[in-house]
Structure formats: C-alpha cells, structure tokens
Design a protein around this ligand. Structure first.
Ligand code: IVH
Length: 671
C-alpha cells in the first residue's frame, strides 16, 4: 500500500481552501475572508511549494501567473467553429426569429433562453481530464490564438473542474465572453493617462488588447473577467436544454451571468429585451444587447446553422448610444490629483434614456486631435465611462462663429501655477493647497504607507475640508478635540484616538513625510532614496535639478517634478507649518524607539552606500540595538560596507554574521 505523503496532503488541503475562497470571491462575489487573509493563505502555499517544488501541479492557484513574458501566440484550430450571431434590431425581427422557430417546431411552443450580450470577446476554454489545458480566442471563427498563459490569470476561470461529466468525457470545452469590468477599465485608463499613455477607447478594446499582451503579469494586474455560456463534452452538447448547460456550468464553479431567464414565448423575450435596454447602466460591465437562444438542444440541432450564424438564435441589439449635438462651451475642471480636464458643455440631448449635457474631452491633445472648436456640432457616445465622450466633429456643420479653445495656464480653481511635464498630455495644478486637491492630498498624506493616520477616511476628510477646518495636511496638526467631536459619526473616544494618532505621526521616519507630500512620481521607494541621500528636508528643498538628477535611480522626469514641487511657495509654507508642528524632517532625529534589534550588538565598518556611520548607529539604536567599536565574541552582527578592513576578518574568524545596509533595512522592515 502506498504511504501517504504528509506534505502532499497538507499542500493539497491548502489548495482546496484557496480554491474555495477564490470561487467565493471571483465567481460568487461573496467572499468569506479578507483580502489580507486570502493573501496569507496564498503566501503560505507559495512557501510550501518552494520547499517542495516536486509537488507543484499545473492547477495549483500559485500557477496562475507564469514567470516570463511569452514570445508570441500560436494559431489553433477550433474543434467546432465559433459562430457569430445574426442581429435583430427591433421587435419585428424577434418576431421573425419566432416565426422561423415555429416552422421547425409545430407541436409546441418552443421556449427560449435570454442572456445578456456581454460586450467583450469570445474565448474557448479546453479542459482535458478536468484540467484547464488551453484558452483560445475566437479569431476568424475557425482558427484562433492560443492565449492560455493570459487566460490562467483570470481568477474566475477554474483551473480544474470536478464532476461526473468530466470523468465521462476526456475533452470538455467551455465558451464564454471575456470582458473588462467597468471599474477596472476606468482605473486602467486613469493610470494610463497619468503615465502619459493613450487611453483605451472602450472596455472591449481594452479586453482584446489585454488578452493579446505578451506579459501575463500585466494581464494579471488588469483584472479581466469572464461569463461563460456554452459547453461541449467531446464535441457534443451534453444536455437536453440550454438552461441545463447554464445550471451545470454554475454548479461546476464557472461564472455564469446571473441575469439569464427562461422565456416561454417571444412576448416574454421582448419584455426581457426592453427591461435590460433600460437597465444596462446599472451593470458593472458593458452589454450591447440580448442574446436569444432556443432552449431545446434538439430543436437547435434540427434548425442548424448557416456558414456564419446558428438559425436558432439572434442578438437583439440595443439602440445606438450615439447622438449629435452642439458644443456650447468648453470648461476646465480640476480633478482630485490636480489634473486639468477640459469638459464640453453640450446643448442637452437624449441618449440611451438619459439627458446628456456634458462630455469629457480628456486633455488638450484630444481637443487638437478632434480639431474641435467651441460652437461645433459633434457626435457623442455613451460608452464604458460614466461621462459620455466626443467621438468626432461634424465638419460641414461648423458655424461661422466657432472659435478656438485655449487651455488656461493658471489653475481655474486656485489661480495657482499649472505645469505640464514633458511627454505627458495632462496639465496639473502643482499647489498642494488647491481646494480641488486638498481632499486627495489629505488622504494620501494620512495613508498607511505615508503618515499612517488611521481613521482619517473619505467621509471624515470630506467633513474637515467642507467645514474649513483643514486646508492642507499641516492643518491636521492644529486640530482640537472640540473641532472633531461635533462632526458626524465622531464621538469623544474616536476623536481622541484620531488626535493621538496625529500626534504620534510626527515621529514618523523622514521618508514617510517625503512620500506623504504627494510629489508626483515620488513613490515610497523614491522617498526613501531621497531621505537617505539628502538627510533633511532643508537640504532636499534647496537642491538643484542637476543634483537631483545625479541621485541614483532619480531620472530627469522625477527630478523635474521634485524641483517644481519645492519651488512652489504654497508648498514651501505647508512644509514650514509641518516643521513648526514638530513633524520629523530629518533622517537622524527619528525619535521613535522600537524593539526589532533589542539586545543585539553591532559593529560598523567600511563605507555604507546610503548611511553615514552616525546615521547607521542612530538607526540601530532607535530600534533597540547597541553599537560598539570592536568585534568580540559578543558581537551579534558586523554591518559592513565598502573597503571593510580587519574588523571584517575578525568577524569572520569569530563566526559573527556579516550584513550589508540592505540586510539591516530588511531586518527593520520585516520584524
Ligand atoms: S452565444 C452560436 N451568448 O456575441 C452562439 N454569445 O455577436 C454563440 N456574446 O461571438 C454565441 N454574450 O462573442 C452568446 N450570452 C452570450 C453572449 C455572446 C456575448 C458574443 C460572442 C459572439 C457574439 C456574437
């Protein structure tokens, strides 16, 4: 009898737990544990697998994101062609479908299934013996591209399925529509705009582009999703009714759109179409119609297909979401990150059930690309974004009085300086005190990776800014109990807690303060580099652009952004206020003591890359360690830099661990 491997069992149990939570989160949208707990389980599995690499299997949840980018995609033939659908543009065309169906089914009313027509791209998933082996795009319907690596990153796609049906057939094919959820799509476009990259014009293009990306890590970060709607077992549909297919798919762990409905007559189908045409905006993904399918698989087979479409189905297309109207003016809004966004003020027009009076123009390059003038007639479209956009100018309707739009060179909210970094499309207000930016600045300043003032959430920040209590991050340090206690949802206890946290934050490391200022392009890592290099806010503030550029890992774009930030007078005064409030502005004077290195004896030797000898000593002492001058048996660590001499030899001889600056930092971060 084979003995059970305890590691294998443990790993498999862990995988099962993770699969269950993945399914609850990504398919059912009903998580039972927090993201943090989920990440912990996944990390645990990764560690276990790293210790036992021979036990890694292709269906392990750790195998969703492969290591390296891939070279290209290989063409694959579909076992059964992936057909398209014939469109029905109005109710009479649905009646035509019903007529056609009745010709084949004289005896009884046929029965339909209506599903939402997801605006994405279709995908075929192949499972062999229950394991996902391939993901293929539709391509031309006969041949598609193998995008397995990318498909595996979609967390709502099971990597394996367990079911009797699977046991009875060796090859199972599941088809569905991959799509970009609207919130992920909007976030992606915002990021692209921030980085000066072109926006995706709609979620469908973004999904298509993403599936064809060569780096699965990028795909994983974009959060694609899928709804499945078809299933073949060894080339045949294994159920009598299409509704049974949907029920089985759901039961087997796939994500099926929950809004499908069985309809006994074409009248019910028409009602479903009407209902969803008016409800489409309530969904968190785009749909472009309703797919109507004959429910009986026998009847589907009797009716057959043309070379392009099945005769037993139709796609009811919703009314166009485009319309023409006139641009009355172009206003400039200042977003929460200080981005100046031109917005077209429109002659109000009806579009897909609502009245539209504004459309976004994104940035000045977009206005130039469209060759848009104030007064022009334009084609507008309601797409994935909440605000409709201008598609094009109707040139032959340009009125004589149409005039050019000029982007302002001062912020329309605070009249402060605006700046457009080279290579970027967006102008930004650089004033941290600009009221439009204040809320975002405060949230960033107090965030976990910056000053870590917990309890200062969206709702509270809104109140503080709206009541005029806080105009910039430095004002937080002037808040009093009586300011907070009367705010909504703030009691005495929570107000006191918040004030204590604000006080405590004054002693944060210098790099957190730099990061908290929200200088564009200065993330956590750059803030740490700047803190190390300049040592104090004063030196950082007075530095030249060239000096900044000479810092390792700080490029010209980042240097320009930092320089701009510090020459701004408003920013200068906020920093002064922070200093006066007692916020730590130097690398060395971190007053906080922690116990990561309690009782440990260090000796320092050689030249460290980012710390002076004094700074390193201070850092060790702040964390409870002690620094001595000579290496003895009691020495726990030798912190060694470049050109370390005899101390290094002695430490080695005594067997004391030798660490570098990075290792020291890791000890401090990790414990
Ligand atoms: S069934 C033979 N169901 O629409 C029937 N298609 O215009 C195959 N689509 O290529 C398709 N949602 O990419 C079906 N619930 C749904 C759908 C759907 C979106 C797409 C699919 C198809 C296209 C046809």
């Amino acid at each position: 009898m084979a003995t059970k491997d305890p590691h294998r069992e443990k790993i498999e149990r862990l995988r099962e737990t993770i699969r269950t939570h993945e399914h609850r989160y990504y398919v059912l949208d009903d998580p039972e544990i927090s993201d943090f707990e989920f990440d912990k389980l996944l990390k645990e599995l990764k560690t276990q697998e790293a210790d036992h690499p021979d036990l890694i299997t292709s269906d392990s949840p750790t195998q969703r994101v492969g290591g390296k980018p891939i070279e290209g995609f290989v063409a694959v033939q579909h076992a059964t062609p992936m057909l398209s659908l014939e469109n029905a543009y109005d109710e009479s065309e649905l009646q035509d479908l019903d007529q056609r169906v009745r010709e084949f089914s004289t005896r009884h009313s046929p029965g339909y299934v209506c599903e939402l027509k997801i605006d994405g791209l279709s995908l075929s998933l192949i499972y062999e013996n229950g394991l996902l082996t391939r993901g293929v795009t539709r391509g031309d319907g006969t041949r598609g591209e193998d995008v397995t690596f990318n498909v595996k990153t979609i967390r709502s796609i099971p990597l394996r399925i367990k079911d009797d049906l699977v046991k009875k057939s060796t090859r199972l094919e599941v088809r569905g529509e991959v799509f970009f959820p609207l919130n992920s799509f909007n976030k992606l476009n915002e990021e692209r705009e921030e980085n000066g990259e072109a926006r995706f014009s709609n979620p469908r293009n973004a999904a298509a582009g993403t599936l064809r990306t060569l780096d699965p890590k990028v795909v994983a970060s974009r959060k694609l999703d899928i709804f499945v709607y078809q299933c073949f077992a060894d080339g045949r549909i294994p159920f009598g009714m299409h509704s049974d297919t949907l029920t089985w798919l759901k039961r087997s762990g796939f994500k099926v759109n929950p809004n499908w409905r069985s309809c006994a007559s074409i009248q019910e189908v028409i009602e479903y179409c009407r209902e969803w045409e008016s409800r489409r905006d309530q969904l968190s993904y785009e749909i472009d119609g309703v797919v109507v399918k004959v429910n009986s698989i026998q009847l589907q087979q009797d009716m057959g297909a043309t070379s392009k479409f099945p005769r037993w189905a139709a796609a009811f297309k919703f009314q166009a979401r485009q319309s023409t109207t006139q641009v009355k003016n172009i206003l400039v809004q200042v977003g929460r990150t200080g981005a100046l966004t031109p917005v077209a003020e429109l002659e109000p027009v009806e579009l897909a059930g609502s009245t539209i009076s504004r459309a976004t123009l994104h940035n000045e390059d977009e206005i130039r690309r469209l060759e848009l003038k104030i007064g022009d007639f334009v084609l507008i479209e309601k797409g994935g974004d909440v605000i409709p956009k201008v598609v094009k100018v109707i040139e032959n309707r340009r009125p004589n009085e149409a005039r050019d739009f000029v982007m302002p060179d001062r912020c329309p909210v605070c009249s402060g300086e605006v700046f457009r970094p080279e290579g970027e499309a967006v102008r930004r207000c650089v004033n941290v005190r600009c009221p439009a930016k204040v809320k975002e600045s405060l949230l960033h300043f107090s965030s976990r990776k910056a000053m870590k003032i917990e309890g200062l959430g969206d709702a509270l920040v809104d109140q503080l800014v709206e009541k005029g209590l806080v105009k910039d991050p430095a004002d937080l340090y002037g808040l009093k109990l009586e300011d907070l206690i009367n705010l909504e949802r703030m009691g005495k206890k929570s107000s006191e807690n918040l004030l204590a946290q604000i006080q405590e934050s004054k002693r944060n490391e210098f790099s957190r303060v730099i990061f908290g200022l929200g200088i564009r392009h200065v993330g956590e890592r750059t803030a740490q580099i700047l803190a190390q290099h300049f040592g104090s806010m004063e030196r950082l503030r007075q530095t030249s652009k060239e000096m900044l550029e000479s810092v390792f890992e700080v490029g010209p774009v980042v240097a320009e952004s930092i320089f701009r930030f510090f020459v701004n007078l408003e920013n200068f005064s906020v920093i002064e206020k922070l200093r006066q409030a007692g916020v730590n502005m130097t690398l060395k004077s971190v007053a906080k003591r922690s116990a990561e290195l309690e009782g440990k004896q260090f000796v320092i030797t050689g030249k460290l890359p980012g710390l002076s000898r004094e700074e390193a000593s201070a850092l060790i002492e702040q964390h409870g360690g002690r620094v001595t001058t000579s290496v003895t048996k009691k020495t726990d660590f030798l912190l060694a830099g470049e050109d370390a001499g005899s101390k290094l030899d002695k430490a080695r001889a005594l067997g004391a661990p030798v660490i570098d600056e990075n290792a020291l930092r890791q000890m401090l971060d990790e414990s």
